[in-house]
Design a protein around this ligand. Structure first.
Ligand SMILES: *Cc1c(COP(=O)(O)O)cnc(C)c1O
Length: 227
């Protein structure tokens, strides 16, 4: 079996230069994260607030912590002081709460809008219509402690590669449309977070700027923590 450092190196070689690799360390121990850290890796993804908040103080502060799981409004405060990017903003109420916690912590919290692109009821996210309603609303303009940096989505868990590709294309289209209509003067609105262990090669072909990879780096997870 290859080491964590070797896995990261191998995946890096398949990524375009401008594509970020988020190492998804959920359920994995501090030692595993530390091994990746010593290999030079700094971006890690977690999908549980308590787990992320417990790991963060045990590691060095130059790690970028990415929150990628379903986020409940009452749990935002656990990660607000340090989170680098929240990928999984799936509603306006959540964004308002992230803004509140950003204010309390005297910082601007970077966020992505999660879109519902899969044929699976278990996955969450905005529709294009919901996102536009929010972006055109009064309340959104008042959110000074969040910054939207792009979009995120999860494709259907299926062997049908054509379907996965189509879903990623849909997400890219959502990104392009939002960029043109609402963020054309914001160079920081640039991220398309899509692609996991099984589908990241398709995702980068379809324009991903951030892939979120767990099992191909750290090995299979024992418990299922899929959202
Ligand atoms: C777990 C998870 C990943 C990583 O999954 P792998 O298949 O292990 O690469 C990526 N994104 C989200 C949102 C996840 O929950």
């Amino acid at each position: 079996m290859s080491s964590i450092a070797e896995n990261i190196q191998q995946i890096r070689e398949t990524l375009p230069a401008n594509t970020a690799l988020i190492a998804v360390s959920k359920t994995k121990p501090i030692e595993a994260i530390d091994e990746a850290y010593r290999a030079g890796h700094r971006d890690f993804g977690e999908n549980r607030t308590l787990e992320m908040a417990a790991k963060q103080p045990q590691l060095l502060s130059d790690i970028h912590w990415h929150f990628i799981g379903h986020l409940q409004t009452n749990k935002v405060k656990q990660i607000a002081p340090f989170v680098h990017l929240i990928h999984s903003v799936d509603g306006e109420r959540l964004l308002v709460e992230i803004n509140e916690q950003g204010k309390k912590n005297n910082r601007i919290i970077d966020c992505l809008l999660q879109f519902y692109i899969a044929q699976e009821e278990t996955k969450t996210g905005f529709s294009m219509e919901e996102a536009e309603n929010m972006l055109q609303g009064e309340r959104f303009l008042q959110l000074k402690n969040i910054r939207l940096c792009g979009v995120m989505g999860m494709a259907t868990f299926t062997d049908n590669q054509a379907q996965v590709r189509q879903e990623f294309q849909n997400l890219k289209q959502h990104f392009d449309a939002l960029k043109e209509k609402y963020f054309s003067h914001q160079p920081t609105f640039k991220e398309i977070s899509m692609g996991m262990t099984d589908d990241y090669l398709i995702a980068i072909e379809e324009g991903s700027t951030m892939v979120r990879i767990g099992s191909a780096i750290f090995g299979e997870r024992i418990t299922s923590t899929k959202n």
